[in-house]
Design a protein around this ligand. Structure first.
Ligand code: HEM
Length: 427
């Protein structure tokens, strides 16, 4: 090969370098027809989670309210901000609080980072709970989605535990006493209560061992479990045929065509052909079948992007406006009165004030068991895919009552409980 040819080849390679790198990563150009839209979905690692087409119902914002997606995006924000916080945090009773002060005083954007992490964590607990309510009120836990509901209950419990373990890490008065109260609730479980409490704390009281255990659970074990559960949750949504929706009118009857062969009289047998289905889309159109699905690219993608921007914006605004609390450093001799658990466990604490066993273990245990069993007890299929369907009046009323009682207990615990858990007025 001559030097001139070599040079031209090199020049072409340099000129085409950006385009070649781009096309080695993204195999398709931005899609301009249905075939390319489909191909974009299944050749991209991240888009592959989506089906090529989704039912229109999936995109109705007032159906899902985007709550599942919001839960997922909040988790992503938590992972990113959490990893950044790990560069500064040390899980030691002598250093943890000082590191919090450093984040506030000397680390660039440290306080903002901590705010984002804190508000996303509270947000995630609330939004996951609301997502569960939406799934219940639309009857979306019914066949074939029973197991995805069960996975969801697991997701709710892990989310609560993840938030709870993070609560201790700042090692201030709020953290210390909230976890002291929270873990003592676990101690009310019959037979194994004290063992569970010891397993969590690694000691008889909240101290260095507990801080280390909560740290490891918070930054490694629970996020991994949650990631795995979310992956299976998403996979199941696809395997269950996409999101729930109201039943559609029965498809047109299969047509049976009877053909008599005339070309070969010796084989003049009657042949029967069953028309198996109608072909849809622009390629081969047979009949006029209403198509209720749309391409994921770009319809679903744009909806997801919208929810993502909304979530990030909300967290940024909240983090600019409000600082995450940081109280005095831990003082084991001076418990605040009253010492309160994190807000999402205040319903439990309120019930514990009436009966330690029933409030802390009995009622919540029965509630979680019922949640797990719901899709296997409530077997009717009427009213699926509709908010507050008439056919589901009884189930929805029972669930709503339980939700309202829990919310009411949380409000009482937060605002109406004073020293020695006595009733006080917040104003
Ligand atoms: C980390 C927590 C969770 C994440 C990230 C998550 C994510 C999602 C997403 C993105 C969807 C599809 C769209 C939507 O409904 O918004 C969904 C659907 C679903 N989720 Fe979750 N979810 C979580 C927790 C839960 C919980 C606590 C439950 C119930 C106990 C649950 C049960 C379901 C069911 C049954 C569906 C299918 C709904 C349908 O077909 O209409 N999920 N989830």
């Amino acid at each position: 090969m001559s030097d001139a040819t070599k040079e031209t080849g090199l020049l072409t390679a340099v000129r085409e370098f950006p385009a070649n790198v781009w096309s080695s990563i993204f195999r398709n150009p931005l899609p301009s027809n249905d075939l390319e839209r489909a191909s974009t979905s299944f050749t991209n690692f991240f888009l592959h989670v989506h089906p090529v087409k989704v039912h229109r119902n999936t995109l109705r914002p007032l159906y899902t309210l985007g709550l599942g997606l919001m839960s997922f995006f909040l988790f992503l924000i938590l992972v990113v901000t959490g990893v950044l916080l790990m560069f500064y945090y040390v899980p030691s009773t002598t250093q943890a609080y000082d590191r919090m002060l450093d984040l506030r005083g000397s680390v660039a954007f440290g306080i903002f980072l901590r705010n984002m992490h804190r508000w996303s964590a509270h947000g995630m607990v609330a939004i996951v709970f609301l997502h569960m309510c939406r799934v219940f009120f639309t009857g979306a836990y019914k066949k074939p989605r029973e197991f995805n509901w069960v996975l969801g209950v697991g997701l709710l419990l892990v989310t609560l535990f993840l938030s709870f373990t993070g609560y201790l890490l700042p090692w201030d008065q709020l953290a210390f006493w909230a976890i002291t109260v929270g873990t003592s609730i676990a101690g009310y479980a019959p037979l194994v209560g004290k063992q569970i409490q010891f397993l969590l704390l690694g000691d008889a009281t909240v101290g260095q061992e507990a801080l280390l255990r909560f740290y490891v659970l918070h930054v490694a074990v629970l996020p991994l479990v949650l990631t795995l559960l979310i992956a299976i949750h998403f996979w199941r949504i696809r395997k269950d045929g996409g999101l729930s929706r109201p039943e559609e009118p029965a498809p047109a009857q299969a047509v049976t065509v009877t053909v008599t062969a005339v070309a070969a009289p010796d084989q003049a047998k009657k042949k029967t052909y069953g028309l198996q289905g109608f072909v849809r889309g622009p390629f081969t159109k047979v009949g006029n079948v209403p198509d209720n699905s749309v391409f994921s690219w770009p319809n679903l993608l744009i909806a997801e992007l919208f929810v993502f921007v909304l979530v990030v914006a909300a967290i940024l605004v909240l983090s600019l406006m409000f600082n995450a609390p940081l109280e005095e450093p831990v003082n084991v001799m001076h418990p605040p009165n009253p010492a309160k658990a994190p807000w999402y466990f205040l319903g439990l604490q309120e019930m514990v004030s009436y009966s330690a066993f029933w409030g802390g273990v009995g009622v919540p245990g029965i509630f979680v068991l019922l949640l797990l069993l719901v899709p296997y007890i409530d077997r009717g299929t009427a009213g699926v895919g509709k908010w507050f369907a008439r056919e589901r009046l009884l189930a929805n009323t029972i669930f709503l009552t339980l939700v309202l009682v829990n919310v009411m207990f949380i409000i009482i615990g937060t605002f109406f409980r004073g020293p020695n858990w006595s009733m006080v007025l917040p104003w």
